[in-house]
Design a protein around this ligand. Structure first.
Ligand code: NAD
Length: 260
């Protein structure tokens, strides 16, 4: 989208060995940013992914294991990165169940990974950004950060929470050369969504195609999934000078979902 205007900047993207996080990392690398990729796993594929992105885009890329459900790991990730000009808090998990049957440990894990991790990483990254004289914090929320669905209590609570945390971060950095915004994607066909399809097929007694059209995309007026490239492009825009005065707010990439 923009020429390599992010050369010399380091982007830390949590949960970036698949799906939206990986799509964001690719778009940032295309714009010249060096990458720190992350997830809770630590295998050869994770390190090979970083090496292949580095070779393809002419940037440096490292993979650092850190479990975003643990505050100490979140803080250690940013410290190990050594530099963090762009922080993308993307790691997230889902669980779908009615409130009385919602496992308490799933609630705790969803709040920890989807919400509290952003507090821990941001707390360590902001002083680094102030020192460097520039910074971008981008939180991957969801259309569920602005609306609700039954059976997604923890996810909706965490995503609404991160929208609030984004506003506070934007206010606390308003006079710094730092911005903080949240992106609210609608449905994007990534592993987190793929995993829900078999359950939805059982619940609704529908085929895969019917679940996609009548359950998922029924809420998305465009009738299409958003893509990881479109979410990544929005992150790149938020890192661009055009977005210098965009802070403390949300950008929806949801095919019109939240306009309904
Ligand atoms: P995904 O399952 O493909 O990716 C999730 C990423 O988070 C993976 O890289 C996974 O390894 C990582 N992760 C999970 N637990 C972790 C942990 N404990 N520590 C570190 N990393 C961990 O799903 P996705 O769709 O790419 O989701 C990415 C983000 O986008 C999430 O925050 C999700 O809520 C949000 N989102 C997704 C959609 C969608 O339709 N796919 C819509 C709105 C928002």
């Amino acid at each position: 989208m923009f020429a390599r205007f992010l050369e010399g900047k380091t982007a830390v993207v949590t949960g970036s060995n698949s799906g939206i996080g990986l799509g964001i990392a690719v778009e940032l690398a295309r714009s010249g940013a060096d990458l720190v990729l992350n997830s809770f796993t630590d295998n050869d594929d994770d390190h090979a992914l970083a090496a292949s992105l580095a070779a393809e885009h002419g940037v440096t890329a490292r993979y650092i294991r850190a479990d975003m459900s643990k505050g100490d790991d979140c803080r250690a990730l940013i410290l190990a990165a050594g530099r963090c000009d762009i922080l993308v808090n993307n790691a997230g998990i889902q669980h779908v169940a009615p409130i009385p049957e919602f496992p308490a440990e799933k609630w705790d894990a969803i709040i920890a990974i989807n919400l509290s991790s952003a507090f821990h990483t941001t707390a360590v990254a902001l002083p680094m950004m102030r020192e460097a004289g520039w910074g971008r914090v981008i939180n991957v929320a969801s259309a569920h950060g602005l609306t609700a669905s039954p059976f997604k209590s923890a996810y909706v609570a965490a995503k609404h929470g991160i929208v609030g945390f984004t506003k506070v971060t934007g206010l606390e950095t308003a006079t710094d050369p730092i911005t903080c915004n949240a992106i609210c994607p609608g449905y994007v066909l990534t592993p987190i969504i793929e995993k829900q399809i078999p359950d939805q097929m059982k619940t609704h007694n529908m085929s895969r195609e019917e679940v996609i059209a009548k359950v998922m995309l029924q809420r998305q007026p465009s009738g299409q999934f958003a893509t990881v490239e479109q979410v990544g492009g929005t992150v790149v825009y938020l890192c661009s000078p055009a977005a210098d005065q965009v802070t403390g707010t949300t950008i929806s990439v949801d095919g019109g979902w939240t306009a309904l």
